[in-house]
Design a binder for this molecule. Structure first.
Ligand code: CA
Length: 225
């Protein structure tokens, strides 16, 4: 069970939906008091905690969690807006296990949640390798190799590649990719996807051909025929 404390209903629905879709049980709370009530009944395996909240801010809630023996080691990921909030979480020793800066996409959210659950021992999924042709992705290590050579990817390139390779053969439109990788309130253009696909292909070298353009639709991963 994952708890989410986030006052913006749009983000709350997006996160709960994404978690449920990936097989996680999750419950969202709008206010710290509703969250506290649920915590008193049942402790979750992980908490996603927004910072700017009504009643009490997220950093103060985090301090409370860390000062109680029952929740001292509870895995917590902070959700923070870019800018001053973000600096506050990253710059200070806030006691959070991880943080995600808003806006974020489904892929980043799920991979951070999985990584933290794994570190905390709550996720027992076996080590897996996702591969296509010469491309191998080790999601648990967040590593990619192409024809045996390690490839350094940005977060978005990695998420894009993982999504396409995991769903090889399936065609994704640019809008779908934007939603899944860039997130719920990305306001850029679909050209962003093209730019990232281009650098991704270049970094993959010969294996770049496995990321294919489907004319008039979008992109897919697969073996060229
Ligand atoms: Ca908020």
């Amino acid at each position: 069970m994952i708890y989410l404390l986030e006052d913006e209903s749009g983000i709350r629905n997006f996160v709960i939906y994404a978690l449920n879709n990936s097989g996680f049980e999750a419950e969202g709370f709008e206010t710290p008091s509703a969250f506290d009530k649920a915590m008193a009944k049942q402790l979750p395996d992980l908490v996603l905690l927004d910072i700017m909240l009504p009643e009490e801010d997220g950093l103060s809630i985090l301090r409370r969690l860390r000062s109680s023996s029952a929740t001292r080691k509870l895995p917590v990921i902070m959700l923070s807006a870019k800018g001053t909030e973000f600096d506050k979480v990253t710059g200070l020793d806030s006691g959070a296990d991880d943080y995600i800066s808003k806006p974020f996409g489904t892929m980043e959210l799920i991979s951070r949640v999985r990584a933290l659950l794994r570190r905390s021992g709550a996720d027992e999924t076996a080590a897996e390798v996702i591969s296509l042709g010469g491309i191998s992705i080790l999601p648990q290590q967040h590593e990619v190799t192409a024809d045996g050579t390690p490839v350094a990817l940005t977060h978005k390139e990695y998420d894009l590649l993982l999504l396409l390779v995991k769903n090889k053969g399936r065609v994704f439109s640019r809008d779908e990719l934007l939603q899944k990788v860039w997130g719920y309130d990305f306001s850029g253009e679909s050209r962003t996807v093209d730019v990232h696909i281009r650098t991704l292909r270049a970094k993959l070298g010969d294996s770049g051909d496995l990321i294919m353009t489907v004319r008039g639709v979008g992109y897919k991963a697969g073996e060229p025929v």
